[in-house]
Design a protein around this ligand. Structure first.
Ligand SMILES: Cc1cc2nc3c(=O)[nH]c(=O)nc-3n(C[C@H](O)[C@H](O)[C@H](O)COP(=O)(O)OP(=O)(O)OC[C@H]3O[C@@H](n4cnc5c(N)ncnc54)[C@H](O)[C@@H]3O)c2cc1C
Length: 338
Protein backbone atom coordinates (compact mmCIF):
# COMPACT_ATOMS: atom_id res chain seq x y z
CA UNK A 1 0.00 0.00 0.00
CA UNK A 2 1.35 3.46 -0.90
CA UNK A 3 0.84 6.57 1.27
CA UNK A 4 -0.71 9.00 -1.18
CA UNK A 5 -2.35 8.51 -4.57
CA UNK A 6 -2.84 11.73 -6.53
CA UNK A 7 -5.58 11.68 -9.19
CA UNK A 8 -4.63 14.26 -11.86
CA UNK A 9 -1.18 15.59 -12.67
CA UNK A 10 -1.91 19.28 -13.31
CA UNK A 11 -0.28 21.99 -11.16
CA UNK A 12 -2.31 21.07 -8.04
CA UNK A 13 -1.61 17.35 -8.34
CA UNK A 14 2.09 17.77 -9.04
CA UNK A 15 2.57 20.33 -6.24
CA UNK A 16 0.84 17.90 -3.82
CA UNK A 17 3.01 15.04 -5.05
CA UNK A 18 6.26 17.02 -4.74
CA UNK A 19 5.46 18.13 -1.19
CA UNK A 20 4.27 14.63 -0.25
CA UNK A 21 7.43 12.97 -1.54
CA UNK A 22 9.57 15.55 0.24
CA UNK A 23 7.68 14.79 3.46
CA UNK A 24 8.79 11.17 3.10
CA UNK A 25 5.51 9.77 1.70
CA UNK A 26 5.37 7.24 -1.11
CA UNK A 27 3.39 9.07 -3.81
CA UNK A 28 1.96 8.03 -7.18
CA UNK A 29 0.25 10.43 -9.62
CA UNK A 30 -2.28 9.13 -12.18
CA UNK A 31 -2.53 11.48 -15.18
CA UNK A 32 -4.05 10.73 -18.57
CA UNK A 33 -1.93 13.18 -20.59
CA UNK A 34 1.81 13.15 -21.21
CA UNK A 35 3.42 16.48 -20.40
CA UNK A 36 4.10 19.26 -20.66
CA UNK A 37 0.32 19.74 -20.57
CA UNK A 38 -1.32 22.93 -21.89
CA UNK A 39 -4.62 24.39 -20.61
CA UNK A 40 -6.80 27.49 -20.97
CA UNK A 41 -5.35 29.80 -18.32
CA UNK A 42 -4.49 33.48 -17.91
CA UNK A 43 -1.01 32.31 -16.85
CA UNK A 44 -0.52 35.09 -14.32
CA UNK A 45 1.05 33.89 -11.08
CA UNK A 46 0.30 36.33 -8.28
CA UNK A 47 3.25 37.10 -5.97
CA UNK A 48 2.06 34.61 -3.30
CA UNK A 49 1.97 31.86 -5.97
CA UNK A 50 5.50 32.78 -7.08
CA UNK A 51 6.64 32.45 -3.48
CA UNK A 52 5.03 28.98 -3.30
CA UNK A 53 6.77 27.94 -6.53
CA UNK A 54 10.08 29.04 -5.03
CA UNK A 55 9.36 26.89 -1.96
CA UNK A 56 8.54 23.96 -4.28
CA UNK A 57 11.93 24.48 -5.93
CA UNK A 58 10.30 24.90 -9.34
CA UNK A 59 12.06 26.95 -11.99
CA UNK A 60 9.53 28.40 -14.44
CA UNK A 61 10.75 30.78 -17.14
CA UNK A 62 8.49 33.73 -17.91
CA UNK A 63 8.18 37.47 -17.36
CA UNK A 64 8.01 39.36 -14.05
CA UNK A 65 4.66 41.03 -13.32
CA UNK A 66 4.68 44.19 -11.22
CA UNK A 67 0.99 44.95 -10.87
CA UNK A 68 -2.51 45.01 -12.34
CA UNK A 69 -3.82 47.63 -14.78
CA UNK A 70 -7.55 48.18 -15.34
CA UNK A 71 -8.52 49.66 -18.70
CA UNK A 72 -11.81 50.78 -20.26
CA UNK A 73 -12.65 53.11 -23.17
CA UNK A 74 -11.74 56.22 -21.21
CA UNK A 75 -9.65 55.19 -18.20
CA UNK A 76 -6.45 53.41 -17.35
CA UNK A 77 -5.19 52.81 -13.80
CA UNK A 78 -2.38 50.66 -12.43
CA UNK A 79 -1.95 49.19 -8.94
CA UNK A 80 1.59 47.99 -8.44
CA UNK A 81 2.39 45.07 -6.13
CA UNK A 82 3.86 46.28 -2.83
CA UNK A 83 5.79 43.08 -2.06
CA UNK A 84 7.58 40.84 -4.54
CA UNK A 85 6.72 40.48 -8.20
CA UNK A 86 4.29 38.06 -9.77
CA UNK A 87 5.17 36.10 -12.88
CA UNK A 88 3.62 35.42 -16.26
CA UNK A 89 4.47 31.82 -17.17
CA UNK A 90 3.30 29.70 -20.12
CA UNK A 91 1.36 26.70 -18.81
CA UNK A 92 3.64 24.34 -20.69
CA UNK A 93 6.69 25.96 -19.02
CA UNK A 94 5.04 25.74 -15.60
CA UNK A 95 4.08 22.12 -16.14
CA UNK A 96 7.57 21.22 -17.38
CA UNK A 97 9.10 22.81 -14.23
CA UNK A 98 6.66 20.98 -11.94
CA UNK A 99 7.28 17.65 -13.73
CA UNK A 100 11.03 18.07 -13.33
CA UNK A 101 10.71 18.81 -9.61
CA UNK A 102 8.30 15.87 -9.16
CA UNK A 103 10.67 13.45 -10.87
CA UNK A 104 13.60 14.75 -8.80
CA UNK A 105 11.55 14.24 -5.60
CA UNK A 106 10.93 10.58 -6.53
CA UNK A 107 7.27 10.83 -7.54
CA UNK A 108 6.06 8.02 -9.82
CA UNK A 109 3.73 9.17 -12.62
CA UNK A 110 1.35 6.57 -14.02
CA UNK A 111 -0.15 7.58 -17.38
CA UNK A 112 -3.73 6.40 -17.44
CA UNK A 113 -7.32 7.14 -16.53
CA UNK A 114 -8.46 7.75 -12.99
CA UNK A 115 -11.07 5.07 -12.30
CA UNK A 116 -13.83 4.68 -9.69
CA UNK A 117 -12.87 5.27 -6.05
CA UNK A 118 -13.68 2.96 -3.15
CA UNK A 119 -12.57 3.38 0.44
CA UNK A 120 -12.86 1.97 3.94
CA UNK A 121 -11.72 3.25 7.34
CA UNK A 122 -8.03 2.72 6.61
CA UNK A 123 -7.40 2.95 2.87
CA UNK A 124 -8.56 3.98 -0.62
CA UNK A 125 -8.57 2.01 -3.88
CA UNK A 126 -8.48 3.66 -7.29
CA UNK A 127 -6.99 2.92 -10.74
CA UNK A 128 -5.39 -0.31 -9.52
CA UNK A 129 -3.63 1.40 -6.59
CA UNK A 130 -4.17 0.89 -2.89
CA UNK A 131 -3.28 3.96 -0.84
CA UNK A 132 -3.69 5.38 2.66
CA UNK A 133 -5.05 8.62 1.16
CA UNK A 134 -6.26 9.96 -2.18
CA UNK A 135 -5.76 13.57 -3.32
CA UNK A 136 -8.33 14.34 -6.01
CA UNK A 137 -6.64 16.91 -8.28
CA UNK A 138 -8.73 16.11 -11.34
CA UNK A 139 -9.58 19.69 -12.26
CA UNK A 140 -12.54 22.07 -12.57
CA UNK A 141 -15.08 19.37 -13.46
CA UNK A 142 -13.63 16.75 -11.08
CA UNK A 143 -15.38 13.43 -11.68
CA UNK A 144 -14.23 12.28 -8.21
CA UNK A 145 -15.94 15.31 -6.57
CA UNK A 146 -19.19 14.40 -8.34
CA UNK A 147 -18.93 10.67 -7.61
CA UNK A 148 -18.43 11.36 -3.88
CA UNK A 149 -21.44 13.70 -3.76
CA UNK A 150 -19.30 16.73 -2.83
CA UNK A 151 -20.47 19.01 -5.66
CA UNK A 152 -23.15 21.68 -5.13
CA UNK A 153 -25.19 23.34 -7.90
CA UNK A 154 -23.69 26.67 -8.93
CA UNK A 155 -25.67 29.91 -8.71
CA UNK A 156 -25.57 32.97 -10.96
CA UNK A 157 -24.62 33.35 -14.62
CA UNK A 158 -22.20 30.77 -16.00
CA UNK A 159 -18.87 32.12 -17.24
CA UNK A 160 -16.26 30.70 -19.59
CA UNK A 161 -12.71 31.62 -20.49
CA UNK A 162 -11.00 31.51 -23.93
CA UNK A 163 -7.28 32.00 -24.24
CA UNK A 164 -5.00 32.81 -27.18
CA UNK A 165 -1.25 33.53 -27.41
CA UNK A 166 0.11 36.25 -29.67
CA UNK A 167 3.75 36.00 -30.70
CA UNK A 168 4.89 39.55 -30.03
CA UNK A 169 7.01 41.55 -27.59
CA UNK A 170 5.07 42.37 -24.39
CA UNK A 171 4.26 46.06 -24.02
CA UNK A 172 3.63 46.13 -20.25
CA UNK A 173 5.16 44.68 -17.08
CA UNK A 174 1.66 44.36 -15.54
CA UNK A 175 -1.39 42.20 -16.22
CA UNK A 176 -3.82 44.43 -18.10
CA UNK A 177 -7.54 43.79 -17.58
CA UNK A 178 -9.71 45.39 -20.28
CA UNK A 179 -13.38 45.81 -19.39
CA UNK A 180 -16.22 45.88 -21.93
CA UNK A 181 -19.98 45.78 -21.29
CA UNK A 182 -20.10 42.00 -21.06
CA UNK A 183 -16.56 40.57 -21.01
CA UNK A 184 -13.10 41.10 -19.60
CA UNK A 185 -9.91 40.50 -21.56
CA UNK A 186 -6.85 40.05 -19.50
CA UNK A 187 -3.46 40.27 -21.03
CA UNK A 188 -0.42 38.64 -19.49
CA UNK A 189 3.17 38.88 -20.74
CA UNK A 190 4.42 35.27 -20.56
CA UNK A 191 7.71 35.31 -22.50
CA UNK A 192 9.95 37.83 -24.22
CA UNK A 193 8.12 37.10 -27.48
CA UNK A 194 4.68 36.06 -26.26
CA UNK A 195 1.58 37.67 -24.77
CA UNK A 196 -1.44 35.67 -23.57
CA UNK A 197 -4.98 37.02 -23.80
CA UNK A 198 -7.73 35.35 -21.78
CA UNK A 199 -11.28 36.54 -22.39
CA UNK A 200 -13.83 35.86 -19.65
CA UNK A 201 -17.52 36.10 -20.44
CA UNK A 202 -20.92 34.58 -19.88
CA UNK A 203 -21.81 35.11 -23.55
CA UNK A 204 -21.38 32.59 -26.34
CA UNK A 205 -19.00 33.24 -29.25
CA UNK A 206 -15.47 32.67 -30.47
CA UNK A 207 -12.31 34.55 -29.50
CA UNK A 208 -12.38 36.95 -32.47
CA UNK A 209 -16.00 37.89 -31.90
CA UNK A 210 -15.28 38.73 -28.25
CA UNK A 211 -12.02 40.53 -29.06
CA UNK A 212 -14.13 42.93 -31.15
CA UNK A 213 -15.51 44.36 -27.86
CA UNK A 214 -11.99 45.62 -27.02
CA UNK A 215 -11.06 47.83 -30.02
CA UNK A 216 -7.78 49.17 -28.55
CA UNK A 217 -6.55 45.67 -27.72
CA UNK A 218 -7.76 44.31 -31.04
CA UNK A 219 -5.81 47.04 -32.84
CA UNK A 220 -2.65 46.29 -30.86
CA UNK A 221 -2.59 42.57 -31.72
CA UNK A 222 -3.91 42.94 -35.29
CA UNK A 223 -1.79 40.95 -37.78
CA UNK A 224 0.44 39.42 -35.08
CA UNK A 225 0.83 35.64 -35.44
CA UNK A 226 -1.03 33.64 -32.86
CA UNK A 227 -1.48 30.09 -31.60
CA UNK A 228 -4.70 28.06 -31.23
CA UNK A 229 -7.51 29.06 -28.86
CA UNK A 230 -8.29 27.05 -25.74
CA UNK A 231 -11.48 27.36 -23.74
CA UNK A 232 -12.59 26.27 -20.25
CA UNK A 233 -15.71 26.56 -18.13
CA UNK A 234 -18.18 26.97 -16.63
CA UNK A 235 -15.75 28.51 -14.14
CA UNK A 236 -17.79 28.62 -10.93
CA UNK A 237 -17.76 25.30 -9.05
CA UNK A 238 -19.31 25.07 -5.60
CA UNK A 239 -18.31 22.33 -3.21
CA UNK A 240 -20.02 21.01 -0.08
CA UNK A 241 -16.80 19.84 1.59
CA UNK A 242 -13.24 19.17 0.48
CA UNK A 243 -13.00 15.93 2.43
CA UNK A 244 -14.86 12.61 2.17
CA UNK A 245 -13.26 10.03 4.42
CA UNK A 246 -9.71 9.52 3.15
CA UNK A 247 -10.23 11.51 -0.05
CA UNK A 248 -9.30 15.21 -0.17
CA UNK A 249 -9.98 17.64 -3.04
CA UNK A 250 -7.19 19.96 -4.15
CA UNK A 251 -6.80 22.60 -6.89
CA UNK A 252 -9.85 23.45 -9.02
CA UNK A 253 -11.46 20.17 -7.91
CA UNK A 254 -11.80 21.79 -4.46
CA UNK A 255 -14.02 24.57 -5.88
CA UNK A 256 -13.52 27.67 -8.00
CA UNK A 257 -15.01 31.15 -8.08
CA UNK A 258 -13.65 32.91 -11.18
CA UNK A 259 -10.45 33.71 -13.07
CA UNK A 260 -11.13 37.48 -12.97
CA UNK A 261 -8.70 38.14 -10.10
CA UNK A 262 -6.02 35.64 -11.15
CA UNK A 263 -7.40 33.12 -8.66
CA UNK A 264 -6.28 29.53 -9.08
CA UNK A 265 -2.66 28.52 -8.92
CA UNK A 266 -1.85 30.27 -5.62
CA UNK A 267 -4.78 28.58 -3.85
CA UNK A 268 -3.88 25.24 -5.48
CA UNK A 269 -0.30 25.42 -4.17
CA UNK A 270 -1.44 26.58 -0.71
CA UNK A 271 -3.94 23.70 -0.56
CA UNK A 272 -1.28 21.19 -1.63
CA UNK A 273 0.75 22.24 1.40
CA UNK A 274 -2.22 21.83 3.77
CA UNK A 275 -3.22 18.47 2.28
CA UNK A 276 0.24 17.00 2.77
CA UNK A 277 0.37 18.31 6.34
CA UNK A 278 -3.00 16.64 7.06
CA UNK A 279 -1.82 13.32 5.54
CA UNK A 280 1.47 13.43 7.45
CA UNK A 281 -0.43 14.10 10.71
CA UNK A 282 -3.15 11.52 9.86
CA UNK A 283 -5.80 14.23 10.30
CA UNK A 284 -7.82 14.38 7.04
CA UNK A 285 -10.78 15.89 8.85
CA UNK A 286 -8.79 19.10 9.52
CA UNK A 287 -8.27 19.71 5.83
CA UNK A 288 -11.62 21.30 4.87
CA UNK A 289 -11.51 23.83 7.74
CA UNK A 290 -7.90 24.72 7.02
CA UNK A 291 -8.62 25.02 3.26
CA UNK A 292 -11.51 27.42 3.93
CA UNK A 293 -9.35 29.60 6.18
CA UNK A 294 -6.39 29.66 3.76
CA UNK A 295 -8.52 30.56 0.72
CA UNK A 296 -11.18 32.79 2.35
CA UNK A 297 -9.69 36.19 1.45
CA UNK A 298 -9.22 35.30 -2.24
CA UNK A 299 -12.64 33.68 -2.57
CA UNK A 300 -14.50 36.55 -0.91
CA UNK A 301 -12.72 39.27 -2.89
CA UNK A 302 -13.16 37.42 -6.18
CA UNK A 303 -16.86 36.83 -5.44
CA UNK A 304 -17.32 40.51 -4.52
CA UNK A 305 -15.69 41.79 -7.76
CA UNK A 306 -17.66 39.23 -9.75
CA UNK A 307 -20.98 40.20 -8.19
CA UNK A 308 -20.33 43.90 -8.70
CA UNK A 309 -19.35 43.27 -12.32
CA UNK A 310 -22.61 41.41 -12.99
CA UNK A 311 -24.76 44.51 -12.26
CA UNK A 312 -24.52 46.72 -15.35
CA UNK A 313 -24.60 50.21 -13.73
CA UNK A 314 -22.04 49.07 -11.13
CA UNK A 315 -19.90 47.34 -13.76
CA UNK A 316 -19.52 50.49 -15.82
CA UNK A 317 -18.30 52.32 -12.67
CA UNK A 318 -15.55 49.80 -11.74
CA UNK A 319 -12.67 51.22 -13.81
CA UNK A 320 -13.67 54.88 -13.22
CA UNK A 321 -13.86 54.18 -9.46
CA UNK A 322 -10.45 52.46 -9.47
CA UNK A 323 -9.08 55.54 -11.27
CA UNK A 324 -10.71 57.92 -8.82
CA UNK A 325 -9.60 55.99 -5.73
CA UNK A 326 -6.22 54.49 -6.69
CA UNK A 327 -5.21 53.74 -3.10
CA UNK A 328 -8.36 51.61 -2.60
CA UNK A 329 -7.63 49.80 -5.87
CA UNK A 330 -4.01 49.28 -4.78
CA UNK A 331 -5.22 47.94 -1.41
CA UNK A 332 -7.55 45.38 -3.02
CA UNK A 333 -4.95 44.25 -5.56
CA UNK A 334 -2.40 43.78 -2.81
CA UNK A 335 -4.85 41.80 -0.65
CA UNK A 336 -5.07 39.38 -3.60
CA UNK A 337 -1.34 39.48 -4.24
CA UNK A 338 -0.04 38.58 -0.77
C1 LIG B 1 -9.55 31.22 -18.62
C2 LIG B 1 -8.82 30.95 -17.34
C3 LIG B 1 -7.87 31.85 -16.89
C4 LIG B 1 -7.16 31.57 -15.69
N1 LIG B 1 -6.21 32.46 -15.30
C5 LIG B 1 -5.48 32.20 -14.19
C6 LIG B 1 -4.41 33.07 -13.81
O1 LIG B 1 -4.09 34.05 -14.49
N2 LIG B 1 -3.73 32.77 -12.68
C7 LIG B 1 -4.03 31.68 -11.92
O2 LIG B 1 -3.38 31.45 -10.89
N3 LIG B 1 -5.02 30.83 -12.28
C8 LIG B 1 -5.74 31.06 -13.39
N4 LIG B 1 -6.74 30.19 -13.77
C9 LIG B 1 -7.00 29.01 -12.94
C10 LIG B 1 -5.95 27.92 -13.16
O3 LIG B 1 -5.85 27.62 -14.54
C11 LIG B 1 -6.36 26.69 -12.36
O4 LIG B 1 -6.61 27.10 -11.02
C12 LIG B 1 -5.31 25.59 -12.37
O5 LIG B 1 -5.12 25.08 -13.66
C13 LIG B 1 -5.75 24.46 -11.43
O6 LIG B 1 -4.90 23.37 -11.56
P1 LIG B 1 -5.43 21.89 -11.28
O7 LIG B 1 -4.21 21.06 -11.24
O8 LIG B 1 -6.38 21.91 -10.15
O9 LIG B 1 -6.33 21.54 -12.55
P2 LIG B 1 -5.89 21.22 -14.06
O10 LIG B 1 -4.81 22.14 -14.48
O11 LIG B 1 -7.16 21.23 -14.85
O12 LIG B 1 -5.30 19.75 -13.99
C14 LIG B 1 -6.13 18.62 -13.80
C15 LIG B 1 -5.42 17.43 -14.40
O13 LIG B 1 -6.15 16.25 -14.11
C16 LIG B 1 -6.14 15.41 -15.25
N5 LIG B 1 -7.33 14.57 -15.20
C17 LIG B 1 -8.62 14.98 -15.03
N6 LIG B 1 -9.44 13.92 -15.03
C18 LIG B 1 -8.67 12.82 -15.19
C19 LIG B 1 -8.95 11.43 -15.28
N7 LIG B 1 -10.20 10.96 -15.18
N8 LIG B 1 -7.92 10.58 -15.47
C20 LIG B 1 -6.64 11.04 -15.57
N9 LIG B 1 -6.31 12.35 -15.48
C21 LIG B 1 -7.31 13.23 -15.30
C22 LIG B 1 -6.15 16.37 -16.43
O14 LIG B 1 -5.59 15.77 -17.60
C23 LIG B 1 -5.27 17.52 -15.91
O15 LIG B 1 -3.92 17.39 -16.28
C24 LIG B 1 -7.45 30.42 -14.94
C25 LIG B 1 -8.42 29.52 -15.40
C26 LIG B 1 -9.09 29.77 -16.58
C27 LIG B 1 -10.11 28.78 -17.05
Amino acid sequence: MIDLLVAGGGPAGLATAILGARAGLEVVVVERRRGPVDKACGEGLMPHAVEMLRRLGVVAPGRPLHGITYVDDAHRVTARFRGGAGRGVRRTALHAGLLKAATAAGVHIDHGEVGPVSQNATSVRCSGFHARYLAAADGLHSPIRTALGLALPSKGPRRWGIRRHHLMTPWSDCVEVYWSDDAEAYVTPVADDCVGIAILTSHKGGFDAHLGSFPALQERVRGQPHGPDRAAGPLRQRVRSRTAGRVMLVGDAAGYVDALTGEGLGIAFGAAELLVECVAADRPRDYDRRWRRMSRRYRLLTAAVLEASAVRPVRSRIVPAATQFPSVFRGVVNLLAE
